[in-house]
Design a protein around this ligand. Structure first.
Ligand SMILES: Nc1ncnc2c1ncn2[C@@H]1O[C@H](COP(=O)(O)OP(=O)(O)OP(=O)(O)O)[C@@H](O)[C@H]1O
Ligand SMILES: [Mg+2]
Length: 360
């Protein structure tokens, strides 16, 4: 996608220390208008601190924040949150209990009352709550309240929308629907959205871009497809699913394994490598009295293992194997209802085009 000259939101080299410890360290990211970027990472990696600095409720020790090219925060300037044109929505979004839904949504609006009322009507319609304007928050379900909070945050047409785990208070089945509605409304409004989450599924579902964060730094930023299929390192791969790791030693840009030779260009002779594969990309074939499968060149050499555990998860089964070649464990995920018995010998093959090779 071509980058526009000026991103809606640009954070450059943000650092925030609490005592001696930098919880956000030299972090840079950009979000384009109309785009949803998910800041994804494990608990404590500095996601909320990053969001709070962009919102203006936390001050960075160093770095610059620009919105539409205008500096809202640097070494000398620090615009207050209300002067930044940002909307905020957090997990514990609190509606005002003594105000009607319409007044809640109108809260951040100023000026002409007919225009305000029209904007409130428009937003309540967008979040499918037309007719709720005179109700009070306690008369609404959790999901309905969440949509009111979204409408309230969007009412003043923020240029940047900051959302911190906004769906984590909702139960699972409600959440998917609300995520989709929210995404639709955000896209229609055209704000640049920075959404914090620690759930990979949520980021994959919501994001145009994922910024993967670890220990106060962004380790990789890209489309969900690229982050999932071309992870920057072993940990980045492991953040999205269980992984299998096959260890090897590179020699002449090749690494020999029981699954055949893998291309390992760029790894020094004698260098230890991890060949990483997700459980979904291990292929299982039947033993056929020890004759095994007849793999394509993509699938390499089959290796035999014995089922040590099999779990049925509904949409797929997870099958653990003890491999004959060295007793190591590998896990395969199989769609559908396949559930082999413990002790069954089966053959495994590795899709080479789905492997990631990292320096061990
Ligand atoms: N005001 C503060 N004083 C001291 N330490 C803080 C403060 N705020 C945050 N921290 C620490 O900074 C680190 C990052 O916190 P932050 O809230 O940004 O994490 P997070 O990525 O949002 O985590 P979670 O997913 O659990 O919400 C944590 O170790 C936290 O304890
Ligand atoms: Mg947080």
């Amino acid at each position: 996608m071509p980058q526009t000259a000026t991103p809606r939101l640009q954070a450059s080299n943000l650092t925030r220390k609490f005592g001696p410890r930098a919880v956000v360290s030299d972090l840079s990211l950009t979000v384009a208008a109309g785009q949803v970027t998910c800041l994804l990472g494990p608990s404590g990696c500095g996601k909320s601190t990053t969001l709070r600095m962009i919102a203006g409720v936390e001050t960075p020790d160093s770095g610059t924040i620009q919105i539409d090219g205008q500096i809202v925060c640097d070494a000398t300037r620090h615009l207050p949150p209300e002067a930044r044109g940002v909307g905020m929505m957090f997990q514990d979004f609190a509606l005002f209990p003594h105000l009607t839904i319409a007044k809640n949504v109108a809260f951040g609006l100023h000026g002409d009352s007919a225009k305000k009322a029209a904007r409130v009507r428009e937003l309540l319609e967008r979040v499918n709550l037309s007719g709720f304007d005179r109700k009070y928050p306690h008369e609404l379900s959790g999901g309905e309240q969440q949509r009111v909070a979204l409408a309230r945050a969007l009412a003043p047409r923020p240029r940047v929308m900051l959302m911190d785990e906004p769906f984590s208070g909702l139960d699972n089945r409600l959440r998917d629907g609300i995520r989709d509605t929210t995404l639709e409304v955000l896209k229609e409004e055209g704000a640049a959205v920075l959404l914090v989450t620690h759930e990979p599924e949520e980021a994959l579902r919501m994001a145009d871009e994922i910024a993967l964060m670890r220990d106060g730094k962004i380790v990789q930023q890209g489309s969900p497809y690229n982050i999932y299929n071309a992870p920057a390192d072993r940990e980045a791969a492991a953040f999205f699913s269980d992984i299998n790791v096959i260890k090897g030693v590179s020699k002449g840009a090749l690494t020999d394994t029981p699954f055949g030779a893998f291309l390992t260009p760029g790894h020094a002779d004698g260098g230890l490598v991890d060949i990483v594969i997700r459980p979904q990309h291990l292929k299982i074939d039947f033993d056929r009295a020890g004759r095994g499968p007849n793999p394509t060149s993509l699938e390499g050499t089959p290796a035999r293992g014995v089922v040590s555990r099999a779990r049925f998860l509904g949409h797929e089964s997870l099958v653990d194997f003890t491999m004959e070649f060295d007793g190591s464990k590998l896990t395969a995920a199989v769609p559908g209802v396949f559930l082999p018995k413990i002790g069954t010998p089966l053959w495994l093959m590795i899709r080479r085009d789905r492997c990631f090779v990292f320096k061990a």
